[in-house]
Design a protein around this ligand. Structure first.
Ligand SMILES: Nc1ncnc2c1ncn2[C@@H]1O[C@H](COP(=O)(O)OP(=O)(O)O)[C@@H](O)[C@H]1O
Ligand SMILES: [Mg+2]
Length: 268
């Protein structure tokens, strides 16, 4: 059974169709990329997958998350799915973090909720130990000090590591990462990408990795779906799509990626 099964999903704002008849399935442990230029409907698709569409956007079709229908589901049902079946990491980690709370407390919250769902309560000491362990897993140096910091006292890369720690705290079966490295400088991008790749593989999590950047996606996923103006124009194993793009648009993406690599003296 698929963890996520999107079937003929259409998203509209009034008369305007933003995503059209999109189908996409992800099985347990599978890593899938969703690629497309800015405005192609990637983020809306990610939001629809967890039932978090902005007001004014309507969904038709079917989205099964952990076997449960998301389209039209009440918050009560969605709340249970979010953070157990799936967790999401966004482009700008500041939006996921509360500026007024020390990051240790913010990482503790999903840990506490996850334990409560499993019928366990964590005392303060256990919670602190678990927070430390998570901060170590996302390779943050000096976890004790970081836990006491406020978001603005951290770098962009450190904040994204905190956001990843919060997602991991949920122990999701499917991680959705929506342009998780786009806001970061190139060096930090590479580090975060490597971290995500390692964590997803170690934990056997499924991954929906969303990006406008084909070479970035190619590093972490097995399969890609290419979205253009809300329509899936191409899909297949990464190597195949890279080597033999069938759609003109995908060809342009690959050519641009190659040109960029060549300019950097890369060897892909
Ligand atoms: N709340 C909204 N209301 C109306 N249109 C929206 C809304 N959010 C996004 N859109 C439109 O939907 C399209 C897809 O947006 P989005 O999914 O954010 O694209 P991407 O993530 O691929 O850059 C864009 O044309 C955008 O302007
Ligand atoms: Mg987006």
């Amino acid at each position: 059974m698929s963890l996520l099964a999107i079937d003929h999903l259409t998203l509209s704002a009034g008369a305007q169709t933003l995503v059209s008849g999109l189908s996409l399935a992800i099985a347990a442990g599978e890593r899938v990329g969703l690629i497309g230029e800015s405005g192609s409907g990637k983020s809306l698709t990610a939001m629809a997958a967890t039932g978090l569409l902005p007001p004014g956007i309507t969904a038709a079709g079917s989205v099964l998350l952990g076997g449960r229908q998301v389209v039209g589901a009440p918050d009560r049902v969605l709340d249970r799915l979010r953070g157990t079946v799936t967790a999401t990491i966004f482009q700008e980690p500041l939006t996921a973090l509360d500026p007024l709370l020390r990051v240790g407390r913010q990482v503790a919250e999903p840990l506490r909720r996850r334990a409560a769902r499993d019928g366990r309560t964590l005392d303060r000491h256990q919670l602190r130990r678990d927070v430390q362990a998570l901060l170590e897993q996302v390779a943050l140096p000096h976890p004790e000090r970081i836990a006491r910091a406020y978001p603005h006292e951290l770098s962009g890369g450190q904040r994204q590591r905190i956001a990843i720690a919060m997602a991991l705290a949920c122990q999701p079966q499917l991680l959705i990462a929506d342009e998780p490295t786009t806001a970061l400088d190139v060096t930090t991008q590479a580090e975060i990408l490597k971290l995500l790749d390692t964590l997803v593989r170690e934990r056997g999590m499924a991954l929906l990795f969303i990006s406008h950047d084909l070479p970035i996606v190619a590093q972490v996923v097995q399969r890609v779906v290419v979205l253009r103006r809300g329509v899936a124009v191409e899909r297949g194993p990464v190597e195949e799509v890279f080597a033999r793009p069938r759609h003109e648009y995908t060809g342009a993406l690959v050519a641009a990626a190659r040109a960029f690599d060549a300019a950097l003296g890369g060897s892909r």
